[in-house]
Write a new protein. Structure first.
Length: 154
């Protein structure tokens, strides 16, 4: 029994770095989904491009990542406990968790992020979703040109 308790304790303290680039940039969204999450700051993912092509459950598009060697994506790094990560996996239906290396202001970090292979020709971000993207980008101190890019997404 002590071994099982030790394993349970280890699982509670195990943590993962998570790179958020969409609505999970916003602190209020992460408080709802992963209350134990801690923000570390902004980071940049090289070799990927942000697109609005993932079909959402509500019929609108959601942001997604596609590989593109000359592009980059700004986002933020959060530390998540294992239990918060499992809950986030549930909320991020249609996405798969992948390992990436991001560059934070203090150097490179190994992190996880979400990418979807589901693609849709539908366009149009739902207004509340887009507002959450912009809110999170501002909160995380992302560059003004990136915020302008997010604002330009239809």
């Amino acid at each position: 029994m002590p071994i099982l308790r030790g394993i349970a304790m280890l699982r509670r303290v195990m943590q993962t770095l998570y790179f958020a680039y969409g609505s999970n940039l916003a602190r209020r969204r992460m408080r709802e989904r992963a209350p134990g999450a801690r923000i570390h700051g902004r980071a940049r993912l090289e070799g990927w491009c942000l697109v609005a092509d993932k079909p959402g459950r509500d019929g609108s598009a959601k942001v997604n990542l596609v590989r593109e060697s000359e592009s980059h994506v700004w986002g933020a790094v959060w530390t998540l406990r294992e239990e918060d990560l499992r809950v986030l996996d549930h909320f991020e239906g249609g996405y798969s968790r992948v390992a990436v290396t991001v560059t934070a202001d203090w150097g490179p970090l190994a992190a996880s992020t979400y990418v979807s292979t589901l693609r849709s020709a539908q366009t149009g971000l739902e207004r509340g979703y887009k507002e959450l993207l912009l809110e999170g980008a501002r909160e995380q101190g992302l560059p003004p040109e990136w915020i302008a890019f997010l604002d330009s997404l239809a």
